[in-house]
Ligand binder design. Structure first.
Ligand SMILES: Cc1cc2nc3c(=O)[nH]c(=O)nc-3n(C[C@H](O)[C@H](O)[C@H](O)COP(=O)(O)OP(=O)(O)OC[C@H]3O[C@@H](n4cnc5c(N)ncnc54)[C@H](O)[C@@H]3O)c2cc1C
Length: 383
């Protein structure tokens, strides 16, 4: 007789992707167990900027070698946006979703051409964004500086509070009977008949479905099952100013360089944009880079000169798992029935969508998303 606890599905990793997937699976009636090596929401999903990106993304964060293809992301962003519209009602929780719109700015003619190209793509896909000349953008958003020569406005962009989003999914999943085991690092995965046998330091589970949502550790977890994924961890950083009275309800982004600036409920401005940390530490906090801090802050000061009067209070870094083509990844590993993977970039925006897609895939139902360019098969080196 097996000593293992059984479940319909075991999810590894209690970040936003794991929590949202656990919620959707439990809601669909699957007996779901979520395993987390530490405390939930401590890694990427707790360190994130928390932007809900709906207008097409800029293709390259600072230091990124391969540009991402915004046309693959855009239909997914639009689908995720619709889910974010209903999310607080769905979860019965205030997670500070704010959809105040976003200006993505350009400062050079080359960047204006990039803005125009992405604006055309958005309109083609039915996302109504507005391309504005610099002065028109400044009359809508007077805090923008004189170097801004054009901006693309999307009313659906926004952000949510990352410290509230994952816990809200966990609470909602728990109401559907999901079980979370925190401080239970997965240490071994084997195949017993049609089931995966998943061991942690204290417990053993068996389930026909395993969802690998381990963020920067996604390759490590896949390796335990003999699956080698082409995904590499890295860390990027965020900067927060001291608090001030409400001045800005929009998110400001940059089409040419990584930049996102917003003022959160508490009054702090959060400044990010994917600037690299000073290396990677997956056993603690990755060290921050002074060069990235200076680069990111200088750029924020140029685009939003009023920020010069606001002192930086805190800098932190969070981990990510990047794919060689910088696209996300979702799906069942070919040749490993029941082993699903979900991760990659823009996971905060896409998490509610990915959770619904996984719930459909696990239950053998069709999904209306085109997953051909984000499938896991493209990243599998060996099974
Ligand atoms: C600084 C920063 C800014 C970002 N800004 C944005 C943004 O504005 N918008 C956007 O859409 N995306 C953004 N992202 C990306 C987004 O935050 C991530 O894609 C998303 O949070 C990933 O969630 P996750 O659940 O996959 O990973 P994580 O939140 O890292 O969760 C993975 C979990 O797996 C656990 N785990 C690891 N190993 C094991 C094991 N052996 N056993 C059990 N559990 C294990 C970890 O402890 C962790 O809790 C940003 C990321 C960072 C770092």
């Amino acid at each position: 007789l097996s000593d293992a606890e059984t479940a319909d599905a075991v999810v590894v990793g209690a970040g936003l992707l794991g929590a949202a997937t656990t919620y959707e699976l439990s809601k669909a009636g699957l007996h779901t167990v979520l395993l987390e090596r530490g405390s939930p929401n401590r890694e990427s999903s707790g360190a994130t900027a928390g932007n809900i990106h709906v207008q097409a993304i800029h293709a390259r964060r600072p230091g990124q070698v391969h540009p991402a293809d915004p046309s693959v992301f855009l239909p997914l962003q639009i689908a995720a946006s619709d889910i974010w519209d209903q999310l607080e009602t769905e979860l019965g929780a205030d997670i500070e979703v704010r959809r105040g719109g976003s200006f993505m700015v350009a400062e050079t003619e080359e960047q204006v051409a990039a803005l125009r190209a992405k604006h055309n793509l958005e309109v083609q896909l039915g996302l109504m964004t507005e391309l504005l000349a610099g002065d028109d953008a400044r009359s809508e958003m007077p805090l923008l500086g004189p170097t801004v020569v054009a901006a693309n406005y999307c009313a659906k962009d926004g952000y949510a509070n990352p410290l509230l989003a994952t816990p809200a999914f966990l609470r909602a999943a728990n109401r559907f009977g999901a079980r979370l085991y925190a401080f239970n690092p997965v240490t071994a995965i084997s195949r017993i008949g049609l089931n995966y046998r998943i061991s942690t330091a204290n417990r053993v589970f068996e389930a026909p479905v395993l969802i690998n949502a381990a963020g920067a550790w996604i390759s490590e977890i896949a390796d335990l099952a003999g699956i080698h994924l082409q995904m590499a961890p890295l860390a990027i950083q965020m900067h927060a100013t001291e608090r001030t009275e409400p001045l800005m309800s929009h998110v400001i982004q940059h089409v040419g360089q990584g930049l996102s600036v917003k003022q959160v409920n508490a009054g702090n401005f959060l400044i990010g944009g994917g600037w690299p940390a000073h290396g990677l530490n997956l056993n603690g906090r990755s060290p921050i880079s002074i060069e990235s801090m200076l680069g990111n802050i200088r750029q924020a000061h140029r685009v939003l000169p009023f920020l010069k009067g606001h002192r930086i209070l805190r800098v932190w870094a969070g981990p990510l798992a990047a794919t060689p083509d910088e696209l996300p990844v979702i799906g069942e590993v070919p040749g490993a029935s029941g082993f699903f993977v979900v991760g990659g970039t823009y996971g905060f925006t896409l998490a509610p969508l990915w959770a619904q897609v996984l719930s459909s895939l696990v239950r053998g139902c069709a999904t209306n998303q085109d997953l051909s360019q984000v499938s896991v098969g493209r990243l599998v080196l060996e099974v």
